[in-house]
Ligand binder design. Sequence first.
Ligand code: COA
Length: 167
Amino acid sequence: MLKVELLDATHDRGGFDCGVTPLNRYLQQIARQHIAKGISKTFVLVEERAAMPKPVLGFFTISLCQVLGQHVPAKWATKLPAHIPAMRLGRLAAARTRQGTGYGKTLLVEALYRVARVADVAGGIGLFVDAKDEAAAAFYARFGFEPTPSGPLTLFMPAETIRRFTA
Ligand SMILES: CC(C)(COP(=O)(O)OP(=O)(O)OC[C@H]1O[C@@H](n2cnc3c(N)ncnc32)[C@H](O)[C@@H]1OP(=O)(O)O)[C@@H](O)C(=O)NCCC(=O)NCCS
């Protein structure tokens, strides 16, 4: 059975390859430092009963963020303070050998569940995502992420849509 776990030393980071070197490097060299420093949380998709270290089948990284009103889609930008709390999906990737089999969707839904929990206890207008290219932006748009004034590679899902998604 597949399971999502917070990245730790029981996971085989070195063997992960999503086909995008900066994403592989982030998982292998930076993600655990960022967890330790409280900068972000990286969660990995693994086979629950895999032998240790468990091969990483995919991962995503969530952090808190603060945005200015000019970065929020107009529909959601009325009567907001100057600095607006939100969450950011900094990275998401599936292992190259598994792409196209639903792992990307599983990772995204798992990220949304975690973001919904944060929004329930701490607020946040929604989730911003930085897509690495147009294909990645199309993947997020497919799940209802909206364009933002920041540019075509920054997308947004408001908290109320996330709640509907995870209800
Ligand atoms: C982008 C990525 C995460 C998608 O994961 P995946 O496992 O291949 O996608 P899934 O099999 O879960 O696809 C889920 C759905 O999204 C659709 N989809 C997948 N990639 C898509 C794309 N680029 N554009 C539009 N739709 C896409 C699939 O057709 C599928 O639709 P369905 O539910 O109607 O069948 C994966 O290709 C990847 O890791 N790429 C390298 C890293 C990357 O680009 N990350 C993006 C964030 S920076």
